[in-house]
Structure formats: C-alpha cells, structure tokens
Design a binder for this molecule. Sequence first.
Ligand SMILES: O=C(O)CCC(=O)C(=O)O
Ligand SMILES: [Mn+2]
Length: 196
Amino acid sequence: MKKTAYNLPDADLTLYEDFFTKEESNKIYRGLTDKIKWQQEQIKMFGKTLDEPRLTAWYGDTGKTYTYSGKTMTPQPWSANLKFIKDRLEKETGIKFNSCLLNLYRNGKDSVGWHQDNEKELGKEPIIASISFGETRPFQLKHIDRKDLTKVDIELTHGSFLLMKGSTQQKWKHQIPKTTKQIDQRINLTFRIIKF
Ligand SMILES: O=C(O)CCC(=O)C(=O)O
Ligand SMILES: [Mn+2]
C-alpha cells in the first residue's frame, strides 16, 4: 500500500494505492460485477429524459434514504463484499460509514459529469471514501472559483482508495470524463455518511 496526501488549497485528499491486494481486488471485482443489483437510472435534463451514462446501485444501513436528482433512494442491505470493504475502510480511517453509492462504467462512453457531492443529508463537510476496481480511469478535480488553480488528475487504479474530506466537496467539482479509447469496465464505490 502506498499513501499519498495531496497538498491542494481548500481540499483534503488522501490516496491509498493497493489498499486491497491484487488477489482481493480481483475477487471483489468479480463478486460486485455478478452480485450487485445494477440499475439503469434516468436523468431529466432540459425537459428530456435520458439514461444516465453508467449503471448504479445504492446499499446501506436500513432506513438511510437519500435524495439525489429529485429521486428518493432506498438502500439494499449490505452484501458480504461491501461489508468486507466497509470494515477495512473503517479500521484504516476510524470513520463509520452508513451508505454506499456504486457506479459501473461499462466502457469509455460511460462517465460522470462535473459535480460536487454536497447534498444536505451529507452534512457541512462530507466525508467520502471512494474505492475503485477494474479499469483505471482519471478522476479529475477543478476548483469552483479559483481560475488560477489547474485541474487535477488522479489515476484511480484497481484496489485504490481515495479519501475526500474537509472542504473538498464545497470548493471543488469532480468528474470521470468519457474517453474514445477501447477500455474495459470499471466499478467505483463511494461510501458516505448520511446524517439524517
Ligand atoms: O467513479 C468515480 O470515481 C466517481 C463517482 C462519483 O463522483 C460519485 O458517485 O459521486
Ligand atoms: Mn461524486
């Protein structure tokens, strides 16, 4: 495992590469691909309804509903793989998480656009633990108003863990851009703390 703390203004980011061993990561990746209840959700934009450019799923403690893009999501109960990952994260950070949004990017056409994870249910300084498996994709960050700061690119590799805290969600946006490269599937898990 290699731990890197990023020195960025208005952000608190720590990357743990090889947080899971190659063997653990391979096994988890296969398990999540086959056993998670992946769903095609839709987004309403400019009066049109479109498929989201990725598959998603919500897991978490029972009762922790989450409102996102106007939809109220009821979580599935923790699976064995998710419980295993959550225990490891909690041991490393000393932080307890109660929900997880999962994203499956089927290929380079799948993506997530620029956004902040700053829904009011996550509190003032959301803590997000982001775990990646499968294909490496760049996680890009840009400051919301400081144009003098350049965009940051973090390669999220198989078995990596990116911890985001402090004012990261208030002051920076992030995205996973599309690519025309022929690439394989990637799974990302964002563990979160829903306050109410
Ligand atoms: O796939 C990723 O690394 C990021 C996903 C993300 O930003 C989110 O689910 O809010
Ligand atoms: Mn996000």
